[in-house]
Design a protein around this ligand. Structure first.
Ligand SMILES: N[C@H](CCC[C@H](N)C(=O)O)C(=O)O
Length: 282
């Protein structure tokens, strides 16, 4: 199987062109190929497929083989993949996802995509649609017990579920311990991606993330969007925010009039490879 290793701010996936032929058992391949010792090493697997309603389809799997509805860093790399590989000459394109069709604008320099702006769609706040089990219609600044502490969380779906938690200093957190307490909390029927946020000023936040199905990652595009929506709703920032992640910065804007969130950031290719997936052990 031919693949391209790409990342968005260090949130790295293995990308496979499935526009001409399908891949058997992508969930099992995602688990095996993501292993950073016995596989290629990645946060998951992303397939680029044809679409009847858009230019392409993005199919995303986490490192544990579970399917994600949407992937912000991933969709920027899909835009780069299809342009750089000559699958399209368009610099404005649509990509179908389980979270609906997303509009991409590709920024090209010397014939290659360097960064991408994505219309990530409207944030979803209704608790039942995140989903999160709560007595409240929306979960904004509500308590949750994790480990031996109580945190305040705001829940947002960007097509995939997010719990946003504000803390004094994100670097003080033990995410290996804290992350799974949120991810597996019974109030999240489909598990959850959790963003831990330190507000720097009204236009800048610092973020670490424990992703559903992948653990701590260097960046999370949908998570950065959810974090900005939560920061605005809690009165901590304005609508346009620079999000500082371990892997670098994303520019996020919640256009309140159109009720849609824009994400702009880089997309990078690391290497092209080939692997015999039948030889990958679990
Ligand atoms: N890293 C991705 C998010 C993956 C979300 C996935 N972990 C899920 O199960 O929702 C991003 O850049 O948006």
């Amino acid at each position: 199987m031919l693949f391209v290793k790409m990342h968005g701010l260090g949130n790295d996936y293995v990308y496979v062109d499935c526009t001409k032929e399908n891949l058997e058992n992508p969930s099992k391949i995602a688990r095996r190929i993501s292993d950073r010792h016995f596989g290629v090493g990645s946060d998951g697997l992303i397939l680029i497929k044809p679409s009847d309603t858009a230019d392409f389809t993005m199919e995303m799997y986490n490192a544990d083989g579970s399917r994600g509805e949407m992937c912000g860093n991933g969709i920027r790399c899909v835009g780069k993949f299809v342009y750089d590989q000559g699958l399209t000459e368009k610099t404005e394109l649509q990509v179908e996802t389980l979270a609906g069709i997303k509009e991409l604008k590709l920024f090209v320099e010397q014939g290659q995509v360097q960064s991408v702006r994505v219309d990530m769609g409207a944030p979803v706040l209704r608790a039942a649609d995140v989903p999160v089990i709560s007595q409240k219609e929306q979960v904004i600044d509500e308590p949750i017990h994790a480990g031996n502490a109580v945190y305040r969380m705001t829940c947002v779906s960007m097509g995939n579920p997010h719990a946003v938690v504000f803390v004094e200093n994100v670097m003080d957190l033990n995410l290996e311990e804290l992350g799974p307490q949120f991810e597996g909390n019974p109030c999240f029927p489909n598990r959850v991606n959790t963003e831990f946020i330190q507000v720097l000023d009204e236009n800048r936040i610092r973020m670490r993330v424990w992703e559903r199905g992948s653990g701590e990652t260097f960046a999370c595009g949908t998570g950065a969007c959810a974090a900005v929506v939560a920061s605005v709703l809690n009165g901590f920032t304005k609508d346009r925010v620079t999000v500082e992640l371990l892997g670098g910065c994303l520019e996020i804007e919640w256009d309140r009039k159109r009720d849609t969130v824009f994400m702009t950031g880089p997309a990078s290719t690391v290497f092209h490879g080939e692997i015999d997936v039948t030889k990958l052990e679990e």
